[in-house]
Design a protein around this ligand. Structure first.
Ligand code: MEV
Length: 441
């Protein structure tokens, strides 16, 4: 190893050593202090954060915002959102307020089943599965009784086991597809532990099951892991209102015209994948922000959501809009495999605060709130897109970000906001204006 930028044993360095090494090889000397700038003063808290991951050389702060006035199934929530993109919290808040006086968001958890897979190579004939499966199920379930008991007491556990043949991979490729209920937890650890135990039992079964022929004893477990595809862990959120009550706070826009243009925009995203991806990204602006705030796994939710969006073979919008008898209905259906107990939801102090702000919801309730946040975000984006355009709102926030980066004072912020009101904002333009202000003194 001759390149000094390569290293062995980095993970065994102390944090200070890691920071020094990193600075020495990849940063400027003055950036060393940047790495410690966001350290928690409370050493115990810093330990908690450090233990989330490995080689933690710094904390990476993100804004924790709140979108108030979310009326969801008759209950008012202030929705915690962790997101760095300007306008998202403002847009969610505006949409929540708009729908608050029009009946609010309604939600329904359609199903909340999670899936896991145990893949194995087996030399038996596919048609033997029907005869062998019932006893195999009894056996693997019995072998994991101590692992599933507590989850069963909470209303979860293993629901169903099917034995699939995957000849498209190879003639000897099989899978146990296992469905789980995981109560209020996301359940990843539970599912993976049970599946790995199933794998061990499957190996024993191949050795000692008296019904197997010599050929059928040739079995090799390949892998055991949950599936992040969760098409049966789905929630629906919707808003509904007579169009005549849909006045929008943009001067001169007729509600019927607005509703027609809005539905047209959603229909485009149903059919055109290029638009659908952007449309769904807007939905995920809202969803992910709540997922992060509540300590849930945004990668899992993103992966599941986009698979769901393409479930009929074409990538489509997750939301739909209907207009029947002059009533506007806008709904979002998406998979949300999440938890409100265990994992990061318990360990991260701010995830705990977020769950407190939400009133300590169970998983189903949180699925509803997240879906409402996604729908609100989607509504806000489309409302802007089919009326004023998106840049008007974005530019206000963009301007504030530019001003922060240029170290503007409160007075400079006010003067610049006045100057750029209704005008195109560019970094260059704002910098020039600020320099002029500063020259004037
Ligand atoms: C930007 O983060 C999200 C939007 O592009 C969503 C959309 O176009 O629907 C505004």
């Amino acid at each position: 190893m001759t390149d000094p930028k390569q290293i062995n044993g980095f993970s065994r360095f102390t944090k200070d050593q890691q920071r020094c090494w990193l600075t020495e090889h990849f940063l400027r000397p003055d950036q060393l202090s940047e790495l410690s700038r966001f350290d928690a003063e409370d050493g115990k808290l810093q330990d908690v954060i450090d233990n989330f991951s490995e080689n933690t050389v710094a904390n990476f702060p993100m804004p924790f915002g709140v979108a108030p006035n979310f009326l969801v199934d008759g209950k008012v929530y202030a929705v915690p959102m962790v997101i760095e993109e300007s306008s998202v919290v403002a847009a969610a808040s505006a949409a929540a307020k708009y729908w608050q006086s029009r009946g609010g968001f309604r939600t329904e958890v359609i199903a909340s089943e999670k899936l896991g897979q145990l893949h194995f190579r087996w030399s038996g004939k596919p048609e033997r599965r029907a005869a062998l499966l019932p006893a195999l199920c009894t056996r693997v379930r019995a072998s994991t009784k101590s692992l599933t008991e507590r989850m069963e007491a909470r209303g979860g556990g293993v629901r169903n086991i099917t034995w699939k043949h995957l000849p498209e991979v190879s003639e000897d490729c099989y899978q146990l597809l296992v469905s789980f209920g995981t109560a209020d937890s996301m359940g990843a650890n539970f599912i993976n532990t049970v599946l790995e135990a199933y794998g061990q039992e499957l190996r024993r079964w191949a050795v000692d099951c008296p019904e197997l022929t010599a050929e059928e004893r040739d079995l090799e477990v390949i892998m055991a892991i949950l599936s992040n595809n969760t098409p049966n862990c789905v929630v629906k959120a919707w808003v509904e209102c007579p169009i005549e009550k849909m006045a929008i706070p943009v001067g001169g826009v007729d509600p019927f015209d607005f509703a027609r243009r809005f539905k047209y925009a959603v229909d485009i995203a149903r059919e055109d994948p290029y638009r659908a991806v952007t449309h769904n990204k807007g939905i995920m602006n809202g969803v992910d922000a709540v997922v992060l705030a509540t300590g849930n796994d945004f990668r899992a939710i993103e992966a599941a959501t986009h698979a769901f969006a393409a479930r009929d073979g074409k990538y489509r919008s997750l939301s739909q809009c209907r207009i029947d008898n002059d009533v506007f209905r806008f709904e979002l259906t998406l998979p949300l495999a999440l938890g409100t107990v265990g994992g990061l939801t318990k360990l991260h102090p701010l995830a705990n605060v977020a769950l407190d702000v939400l009133g300590r919801p169970g998983a189903h309730e949180l699925m509803g709130v997240m879906a409402a946040a996604g729908l609100a975000q989607n509504f806000a984006a489309l409302r802007s897109l089919v009326t004023t355009g998106i840049q008007k709102g974005h530019m206000k926030m963009h301007l504030q970000n530019i001003l922060s980066s240029l170290g503007a004072t409160a007075t400079e912020r006010t003067r610049t906001a006045e100057k750029f009101n209704g005008e195109t904002v560019s970094h260059h333009g704002v910098r020039e204006f600020l320099e002029e202000l500063r020259r004037e003194g």
